[in-house]
Ligand binder design. Structure first.
Ligand SMILES: Cc1ncc(COP(=O)(O)O)c(C=O)c1O
Length: 396
């Protein structure tokens, strides 16, 4: 059957929100012209002669549905290679495969608990060590670089304290010392911040969060701008095998199409929540780089379009956290973030429980810290729920 003639015609657009829908990869299926990405479930592909094939050989090393999402993330982040993994942790693990026994990685003082655990309990068995450094302090970052340091790994804003670090300056330091720079862009997404454009080598995502956007998917993505690093990571992806399955690739690109509209609403609601919390006398501390009073406001403003929709806070001494969590009627107490629904969590007992208490205390993750992933419900309901729960925390 003949195919529509215009199936290979380039799609023209200029703006990021259009690229979410029309970027290379997901814009019209190259093979059929289908407007919505088809899912190719086949695990293997016919060869003309042994080892003679055009594009695909076996599902782990590549397939058309995964190619589409990989091309998409590369374009969205401004990279040349994209890679899709079965989880954010699988993507982070593949990045660790770039390093050898005896090498050291510098990480920020506040990173996702799973990232800390991967380095502290898993990579340490393979002789790859880490040092935690306050990445806001550029001279401390520079001072921590010794000949065994192979990479620096940062989150900005961090999970769960929402501290920001100067990505441009950190990239300059890593370039000067010839070490690899990795940024976890999960909290921001490429809609708000593009670390590769700020000088970083590798961007990694837990795409289970805002990129997927609906709390129904586990996925990890990597984008890189250097061909050689991209090839090494693609090799590791195939060699270790934690690739994203075709159906999940479909779900992910489906979620990404609405990223811009979702993020705009997430941010509008988060701004309202941050203002509400900062005016509430029962709130002792609020961590949100979007508030002009935040020490992170300026750094974030210079490198990102907005502060996103994650925030953390602490209630005044004497708050009963059990009563607070029990009083919530719409906001859900659950791990994860970045979905359409507002989620709340208690990092010390949940997302960051893998970090030993003494390190948590030292890095400012107090036992009273509450983290909020502000969803896209009507903000009046979010604010009413928080107000009710905060009152309950002090009535108990
Ligand atoms: C900032 C950050 N990076 C990485 C991960 C790990 O991603 P995944 O849960 O998709 O494995 C998470 C998970 O919460 C995260 O919050």
């Amino acid at each position: 059957m003949s195919q529509p003639e215009n199936k290979h015609r380039p799609v023209r657009y200029k703006e990021f929100a259009s690229s979410l829908i029309h970027a290379a990869g997901i814009s019209r299926d190259k093979h059929t012209g289908a407007v919505t990405l088809p899912i190719y479930f086949s695990s293997t592909f016919r060869q003309a002669q042994p080892a003679e094939f055009e594009n695909w050989e076996y599902i782990r090393s590549g397939n058309p549905t995964r190619d589409a999402i990989e091309e998409l993330i590369a374009e969205l982040e401004g990279g040349i290679t994209g890679l899709a993994f079965s989880s954010g942790m699988a993507a982070l693990h593949a990045i660790c495969g770039l390093f050898k026994q005896g090498e050291r990685i510098i990480i920020g003082t506040s990173v996702y608990g799973g990232t800390f655990r991967l380095l502290d309990r898993v990579m340490s068995n393979f002789g790859i060590t880490y040092t935690q450094v306050d990445t806001q302090d550029l001279s401390a970052v520079e001072a921590a670089i010794s000949p065994d340091v192979a990479a620096i790994f940062v989150e900005s804003p961090t999970n769960p304290l929402l501290t920001t670090c100067n990505l441009r300056e950190i990239a300059k330091i890593t370039q000067k010392h010839g070490i690899i720079s990795v940024a976890d862009n999960t909290f921001m997404t490429p809609y708000l911040q593009k670390p590769l454009k700020l000088g970083f080598d590798i961007v990694v995502h837990s795409a289970s969060k805002y990129l997927g956007g609906h709390s129904d998917l586990l996925a990890g993505l990597i984008a890189v701008k250097n061909k050689e690093i991209g090839e090494k990571l693609a090799y590791l992806q195939n060699a270790t095998g934690a690739v994203l399955a075709p159906f999940d690739c479909f779900l992910l690109q489906r979620g990404i199409k609405t990223l811009a509209v979702r993020m705009d609403r997430h941010i509008e609601n988060a701004t309202a929540v941050a203002e509400f919390l900062s005016q509430n006398p029962q709130v002792a501390k609020i961590y949100y780089p979007g508030l002009p009073s935040s020490p992170d406001y300026e750094t974030n403003r210079l490198q990102a379009k907005s502060a996103g929709a994650m925030l953390s806070f602490e209630l005044r001494a004497g708050a009963n956290l059990r009563a607070f969590f029990s009083a919530l009627e719409m906001i859900t107490l659950a791990e994860s973030l970045g979905g359409v629904e507002t989620l709340i969590c208690h990092p010390a007992k949940m997302t960051h429980a893998a970090i030993p208490p003494e390190i948590r205390q030292k890095t400012g993750i107090s036992d009273n810290l509450i983290r909020l992933s502000v969803g896209i419900e009507d903000k009046k309901d979010i604010l009413a729920d928080l107000e009710r729960a905060i009152s309950a925390a002090f009535d108990a």
